[in-house]
Design a protein around this ligand. Structure first.
Ligand code: ADP
Ligand code: ADP
Length: 245
């Protein structure tokens, strides 16, 4: 059975219209997308800037509210969940973004950023929390003496590792990676990608991997979906999609 099932998903944003009528119109950033992701699979979503990739990723976690359609994670109807249940479900799905400064708090230490989800969900405290945070940092290659430092002291690659450690803290099943390695230099990007692949093998992670970089996607994905103006216009095995005319 698929880990994630998306059916006829529509997510729209309001459009501000000029003039006195103020008609309320919407524009569909995601316009009827259906796809499945199987456990352990890496499904890449590619497409030009503005095609709706990010909105699709955020919709799956309900970081933006879809207008219609269905999303199921391991059979659970995500769009039907009330807030408290949605919060619980977030343990199973995490998003890693492109700009680590955008999602890291500049005023909190690396330790506290990794610890945050564990604290919020009441999973660990005290010595247990410290052990878990150190274990996660070690796993993603952040030296433990850097845990007391603030994000500005980290390089781009280290910040991305920090984001990954935080995303892994709750042992999620699905990671939605939105341009997660796009801002990194080629050699650092290769290292972070390698880390993500190792984690996939070790922890049985499943990825929805959003990227505009077909080179990266070709290297790591099992299947590729192509978005164009909010629609999924192609979906298939990586080699088939890459070799299509
Ligand atoms: P991407 O790299 O995915 O193209 P963008 O630069 O389009 O990212 O968007 C960056 C952030 O700004 C996102 O969180 C997105 O939701 C938001 N955003 C993008 N376009 C608009 C818009 N027209 N109005 C308001 N927010 C937007
Ligand atoms: P991509 O990730 O493929 O670059 P996005 O999902 O970021 O695409 O954006 C799809 C479209 O929706 C773009 O036209 C973008 O400007 C618009 N958009 C994104 N976020 C918002 C937002 N918060 N408010 C209004 N429009 C948005």
């Amino acid at each position: 059975a698929p880990l994630l099932e998306v059916r006829d998903l529509v997510t729209q944003y309001p459009v501000k219209t000029a003039g006195f009528k103020r008609a309320k119109t919407h524009f569909r950033a995601v316009d009827g997308v259906s796809l499945d992701i199987h456990p352990g699979e890496i499904l890449a979503i590619v497409g030009e800037s503005g095609s709706g990739k990010s909105t699709l990723g955020k919709s799956i976690l309900r970081l933006v509210e879809p207008a219609s359609g269905e999303i199921r994670l391991a059979g659970t109807d995500i769009l039907g969940l009330k807030r408290p249940d949605l919060r619980r479900l977030r343990r199973h799905m995490q998003m890693v973004f492109q700009d680590p400064f955008g999602s890291l708090n500049p005023r909190r230490t690396a330790f506290s950023q990794i610890a945050e989800p564990l604290v919020i969900h009441g999973i660990a405290k005290g010595a247990d929390l410290a052990n878990r945070v150190e274990g996660l940092a070690k796993r993603v290659g952040i030296p433990s003496d850097m845990l007391s430092r603030y994000p500005h002291a980290f390089s781009g690659g280290q910040r991305q590792r920090l984001c990954i450690a935080r995303a892994l803290a709750l042992s999620p099943k699905l990671i939605v990676a939105d341009e997660a390695v796009s801002a990194l230099d080629a050699s650092i990007r290769a290292q972070v990608l390698e880390l993500m692949l190792e984690l996939q093998r070790e922890m049985g992670l499943t990825y929805l991997f959003i990227s505009h970089d077909i080179g990266v996607v070709r290297q790591i994905s099992d299947r590729i979906g192509v978005m164009y103006r909010g629609k999924l216009v192609e979906l298939g095995e990586t080699e088939a999609v890459c070799s299509a005319p």
